[in-house]
Design a binder for this molecule. Structure first.
Ligand code: GSH
Length: 254
């Protein structure tokens, strides 16, 4: 069984919106398309480094002081006893280890997938300011107090004027619109008819938006209608597949 380590939020794991990290959402998208079951384990920010070190998950970046930064997602695969961190490396590992499942980094597209995955946040537009602003208001209840403490210790959360909020949403709409323009209208996925990691990257960002702006909000309804409803079809493609996530409420509460 694969265990996926993710950031904890206050939503119960059984809530389909539960999921904080766009990078973990990439892996969840891939696991569902592959039909691989996984156990979802949630950590608060202060516990990520300890859990990663205990399992032997490698750091994925460096902090400003030069020390290693440990991040989620990382996975432990009990079948192979391997521990892998970094969403791209996890997907590459899953492709190699489960060759009978759909390849998310198709042959000879490794570099292209990597460039797309790395570029995705700038391609679509940064969510940072919008999310910070939401966390100072209606969405504050989504973040656990310990996570909030870490986030605010790193710098004050953005407070945006209505005009700035609008500009930030426009940037996201234009980013996604630019991508939509490059795709053929009839093609559901970045590579055309074939799903790949690039779609997981787009989906991950949108799933993170849906965590903060739920289905009832004008923001989410807007996104689902943008660009001919293309992004709602991406969600339908994911949601039409059988659920592969397993969670244990008792463990989550512990
Ligand atoms: N390149 C990494 C990025 C992962 C990442 O930035 N994860 C964030 C959550 S969205 C994290 O774990 N941050 C922990 C921290 O900053 O202390 C990947 O693709 O997996």
């Amino acid at each position: 069984m694969i265990t996926l380590y993710d950031v904890k939020s206050t939503l119960p794991p059984s809530d389909p919106r539960c999921g904080y990290s766009p990078f973990s959402w990439r892996v969840r998208f891939v696991l569902r398309f592959k039909g691989l079951s996984y156990k979802h384990h949630f950590l608060e920010y202060p516990d990520i480094e300890g859990a990663a070190k205990l399992l032997g998950a490698a750091p994925t970046a460096t902090k400003p002081d030069g020390s290693p930064r440990y991040t989620v997602p990382f996975i432990h695969d009990s079948t192979t006893n391997k521990v892998i961190s970094n969403s791209f490396d996890i997907v590459e590992y899953l492709d190699a280890t489960y060759p009978d499942t759909i390849k998310m980094i198709p042959e000879e597209t490794r570099l292209l997938q990597k460039v797309f995955a790395d570029m995705e946040p700038t391609l679509i537009g940064q969510l940072h300011a919008l999310m910070g602003n939401a966390f100072t208001k209606d969405a504050s209840h989504l973040v656990t107090p310990r996570n909030m403490e870490v986030m605010t210790a790193r710098g004050p959360l953005s407070v945006l004027t209505e005009q700035e909020e609008k500009e930030n949403w426009d940037r996201i709409k234009n980013g996604l619109g630019g991508l939509a323009k490059l795709m053929k209208d009839e093609d559901p996925f970045v590579m055309g008819k074939r799903v790949s990691l690039a779609d997981a990257a787009v989906f991950g960002r949108l799933a993170c938006i849906r965590w903060v702006w739920n289905e009832e909000t004008d923001e989410w309804k807007g996104i689902m209608s943008w660009h001919g409803g293309r992004w709602s079809r991406l969600f339908e493609a994911y949601e039409s597949l059988p659920e592969v996530e397993r969670y244990n409420e008792a463990e989550i509460e512990a």
